[in-house]
Design a protein around this ligand. Structure first.
Ligand code: ACO
Length: 402
């Protein structure tokens, strides 16, 4: 029998930190955040400035390559992406196989993973930098097409193929809201709101999905499969799935008569599993700087589109009540980015179960940048330890004697 006490001596000291609340997994030069002061910067640029002055593709370039692009670099980046927006026609067979009401995140994760079957050059761990670059470009290019195909299929509508005369975000909106036979007018207010939302979601250092992408990639697994794993991690309601959960919660409160006080009390009750979705954050214990920007974008979009959403009224009441409640104040629970993003997506006409997919589209450059940095740093395979708490010594009993 194994003498566990001896084994412990051999393994040395192990730090136990459930959820890695205080354990750094890497050194990174991509995103800086200070949860106490509510600061978020990509490659040293404040999120507020990027959201105001930049567009999503420019930010994607910044995250992945470390510098803001020159006009020539950006034009070239956009042109390369435009060249690869189509997906292999055979991928539509997978799409056809999914039940039409299945969750789009499940479809997204498997379609992104299946890109590695069509582009086997991406599988080699020691691909040339050119092949690595092309894989990143292909993923950025094909992701919006995959998302739009999933969406159109869910409606039973014909698939809309990319139009490369449009910029990245406009092309995405065209594929989502366009009809096959007509040119659609893409509202600049919608393009601008979408750019803001995608920029705000583009990276967030070692969150659950980014660290999943790094962990999976650390075994030299290809980019498509690593990002597919990140999509799965994002799906959960405690991470990216919160934006869907927020709207579902607000709907529920509305249908229940709109008594926000009652729901706040439920969130405070430790015997009730209900949590106020869209409140709290692992790192931001003061405020989420993205929530501030998004709140303004939300007001602008609703005003410009002339939308009067009763769910927004509930959201505002909830926010006010929670922010003056000692339970939320003491625990530093503030609205996070997901509290408002769902309201904007809804105003733009996206169905609720597409919200987390939109988060994934925004987070894609961050996942790519994290995966690239992990490789460039030549990081070892991720392999945490554990504290064993199971039986130490048992005697096997034959099945007939149990
Ligand atoms: N509603 C009610 N109480 C909450 C909430 C909430 N949303 N969030 C945290 N708390 C309470 C906890 O019950 C705990 O109370 P206690 O100290 O009395 O036991 C305390 O606040 C600390 O909470 P933890 O769960 O320890 O905080 P943690 O950092 O582990 O969790 C998380 C952060 C997962 C985001 C949590 O706040 C939560 O579940 N929020 C709702 C889901 C959500 O909005 N997720 C989106 C995150 S942002 C993103 O992914 C982009």
């Amino acid at each position: 029998a194994i003498d566990i006490s001896k084994l412990r001596d051999l393994t040395g000291h192990i730090t136990l930190d459930f959820g890695y609340k205080n354990t750094g997994s890497t050194k990174s030069a991509i995103t800086f955040l200070d949860g106490e002061l509510g600061i978020l910067k990509y490659r040293g640029y404040p999120i507020e400035e990027l959201a105001e002055k930049s567009n999503f593709l420019e930010v994607a370039y910044l995250l992945i390559y470390g510098e803001l692009p020159t006009q020539e670099q950006l034009t070239n980046f956009q042109a390369q992406i435009s060249r690869h927006t189509l997906i292999h026609e055979d991928m539509k067979k997978f799409l056809d196989g999914y039940p039409s009401k299945s969750h789009p995140m499940a479809q997204l994760a498997s379609l992104v993973c299946s890109l590695s079957t069509f582009y086997p050059e991406s599988l080699k761990a020691n691909s040339s930098p050119e092949t690595m670059d092309l894989t990143m470009i292909k993923l950025l290019a094909k992701f919006p097409t995959i998302v739009s195909f999933i969406y159109k299929k869910s409606l039973g509508h014909p698939l809309i193929y990319p139009k490369n005369k449009y910029d990245y975000v406009s092309n995405f909106l065209y594929m989502i809201f366009g009809q096959r036979t007509e040119e659609v007018e893409i509202d600049p207010v919608v393009v601008s709101a979408m750019n803001t939302l995608l920029i705000l979601h583009a990276d967030h250092e070692q969150n659950c999905s980014a660290s999943t992408v790094r962990m999976v990639g650390s075994s030299d697994c290809n980019l498509y499969a690593s990002v597919s794993a990140g999509i799965d991690a994002l799906w959960g309601p405690l991470h990216g799935g919160a934006n869907q959960a927020v709207i579902e919660m607000l709907e529920l409160i509305k249908e229940d008569g709109g008594d926000t006080e009652k729901w706040i009390n439920k969130a405070k009750d430790k015997n009730d599993p209900f949590r106020m979705m869209g409140f709290g954050h692992r790192v931001y214990k003061n405020f989420d700087p993205r929530a501030k920007i998004i709140k303004k974008a939300c007001d602008d979009v609703l005003e410009k589109l002339g939308i009067n959403d009763p769910v927004l009224e509930i959201a505002k009441k909830l926010e006010e009540a929670a922010l003056s409640d000692p339970y939320f104040v003491e625990r530093k629970l503030y609205p996070n980015v997901d509290f408002y993003s769902g309201i904007i997506y809804r105003a733009l006409g996206f169905p609720t179960d597409m919200f987390t997919v939109l988060f994934a589209l925004g987070r894609l450059p961050g996942w790519i940048a994290q995966w690239k940095e992990m490789h460039e740093n030549k990081e070892p395979i991720g392999r945490p330890r554990q504290i064993y708490v199971g039986y130490t010594d048992r005697t096997f009993t034959k099945i007939e004697d149990r």
